[in-house]
Ligand binder design. Structure first.
Ligand SMILES: [Ca+2]
Length: 199
């Protein structure tokens, strides 16, 4: 039994100290498929992402936040990805974050809405963001807390959506969806209880 406890504690520490490995989204850095500079607008097929209207998946080299590629939703378009999660219980939190950049060439603010939904397109929370400083990556994030948004209790799927609601472009990179540490601890204690029951 001691061996299992040590194993679970090690796993817990590893998960708490490594957000990257806990990312529930696939291709959050938009590096797949590998495109070239010549593959220009519109380019609608980032692996594992769905979309509504057109967006640009492009190669920007070293000005990307992560890797060499970013996405740029057009005005009135969005990209989304749904993932399965363990049924949401009380006291759990999931945070979605993305790096956003307002290309300096447009000389204006960029706007983005982040939506985090459960149960398809009916139920979601959202937040509006404005980026005024050009050519600087900014971390934009939104947290779903089941103690606040009790309607999400019991949900087994989360949908992340990034919606560009203005004519000015915004580039996105490094999209991440993670359970907060409190949630991970709950999940791990659940795992520990399972191990104990099996023995
Ligand atoms: Ca990238």
């Amino acid at each position: 039994m001691k061996r299992y406890v040590v194993l679970m504690l090690c796993l817990m520490v590893a998960m708490l100290t490594s957000n990257a490995s806990a990312n529930l989204l696939s291709n959050g850095g938009f590096e797949s498929p590998d495109v070239t500079l010549e593959d220009n607008w519109p380019k609608n097929a980032a692996t594992d992402w769905s979309h509504w209207n057109d967006y640009w998946l492009g190669e920007v080299g070293s000005s990307a936040y992560e890797g060499t590629q970013v996405v740029e939703p057009a005005n009135g378009s969005s990209i989304s990805q749904s993932v399965s999660v363990p049924a949401l219980g009380a006291g759990e939190q999931y945070t979605v974050s993305v790096q956003g950049l307002s290309p300096g060439a447009y000389e204006s603010d960029s706007y983005l809405q982040i939506w985090l939904g459960w149960g398809g397109t009916e139920d979601w929370i959202g937040a509006d963001f404005t980026i005024s400083t050009p050519d600087t990556w900014e971390l934009l994030s939104l947290t779903l807390d089941t103690d606040v948004t009790t309607a999400a209790l019991g949900a087994t799927m989360l949908t992340v959506e990034f919606y560009c609601n203005d004519g000015v472009a915004i580039q996105l990179d490094d999209a991440v969806l993670v359970p907060e540490p409190a949630t991970m601890t709950l999940l791990l204690f659940g795992g520990l209880a399972l191990v104990r029951r099996r023995r």
